[in-house]
Design a protein around this ligand. Sequence first.
Ligand SMILES: Cc1cc2nc3c(=O)[nH]c(=O)nc-3n(C[C@H](O)[C@H](O)[C@H](O)COP(=O)(O)O)c2cc1C
Length: 344
Amino acid sequence: MSLETKYLGLKLRNPIVASAGPLQQTLAGVKSLADAGVGAIVMYSLMEEQIRAEQARQIAVEQSGADAFAEALSYFPSVPIRAPGADAASSAYLRLLENSAKAVDIPVIGSLNGATMGGWISFAKQMQDAGASALELNVYYVPGDLRIPSEEVENLHLEVLVGVKDAVSIPVAVKLAPYFSSFGEMAAQLDRHGADGLVLFNRFFQPDVDVESLQLEPTVELSTQFSGRLPRTWISALYGRVRASLAGTSGVETSEDVVKYLLAGADVVMTTSSLLKYGPSHATKLISGLEQWMLRKGFGSLDDFRGLLAVPTDVDGAAYERQGYVAALTKARSSYEDFAVSNS
Ligand SMILES: Cc1cc2nc3c(=O)[nH]c(=O)nc-3n(C[C@H](O)[C@H](O)[C@H](O)COP(=O)(O)O)c2cc1C
């Protein structure tokens, strides 16, 4: 039996991928994920603002003393003032990426969250130089300015993708949020513009409210299995209709969740929450659970069942989705019929 899969043109030993998260902040964490057997690792995201802040701090240190007595040259730090690119290249993130890529024998994917076009391009190149096998563009963009039209949001995604694709030669995936009025068309556009993979879905971290302190609480909660349903719905709608690889990220807790994503048509299945909840070795359980299920079902490879429950390519996708909605509501109405009668 083979669990091998292809993702972004890379051959992976199995479809379980550690999605961007805190475990990847140390080399030990990266190694533990590789030891647990994952097929690939996505690093946590390099945020352009953080690097810029680092640079500003460094320049401030280097220039401190500039107004001091002219002869007191020893006030200057011995490090030379470096170009911003050189600063970034020496950043902890890129060092960790480089060391990780050298330390493990599976693909290590750099994750980037840019704030400017120049930043997207420059850091993408630096990640490639640091040895990333591929890049994941974490386009986390909330159009908080209510005047921004949806087309502008879509174009921003395309511009970032095209800019980075032109600058690097390694494969590039785009991690997306589901909040587009026509998500499928956005995905198809990214596919046409050269995305090697689509990662469904990024999470928007929505603050909670502390009613005692009357403050917003910026919380990062781990997902539940339920959150896998939306990405699976879209993966099943895209399967066979786009050339890009499809990655499911959200709500993977058990090997059954992995199977569901593969049946929908995913090339790889990513998880962060379950690895944080149960530790990196949980990946080993997900892999062996998948293997056992395949044995039980008589499948010898992932291709034997991948996309089995995807939306057939010869049907009208919109009508298919509506049919599902009507069937679900009809079922729900009959399930709650007795309840409605007893409360009337
Ligand atoms: C604590 C935490 C940190 C995360 N950091 C990143 C990040 O740096 N970049 C990114 O693209 N996604 C990040 N994510 C999102 C995950 O990669 C993943 O897409 C999301 O959590 C859904 O998968 P899950 O249900 O397995 O958690 C983070 C998630 C969590 C819970």
